[in-house]
Design a protein. Sequence first.
Length: 144
Amino acid sequence: MTNQTTIILTTDGASLHNQNENNREAAIGYLIEQDDEVVAEESKYLGQGAKYTNNFAEYQAVTTGVQDIKRQFGGERINLHIKSDSQLLIKQLAGEYGVNHMKNQYEECIEELNSLNSWKAEHVSQSPGNRIDRADKLASEAFN
């Protein structure tokens, strides 16, 4: 039997010009923690165009973070705890809200999550100095 590893993935997605379909831009930020220590941070610009909404970015932050975790730790032994300030994302992942416009992103995210040993998702509000605040700053930095 392999040892199980608990990992915390704190994510945020960001969008600029979200109301203007042609000029939308999106970016993500996430932190990976193991044993109360941040072992990785990522800031990534996703692109510009109609699909780059804030909700798209929220899903990409989780999906990309999980892919990164699987590369670093292997997936089958990971117990993942996701933290996000997106209530919509968390409730959709939990099956409490339906998924309409983000169906492809949702399915890709769920496929990645289900390749892990286990996962759970928690809504966490942003406050100064917490990990959500840091993920938000990482996403914002990707626009520069």
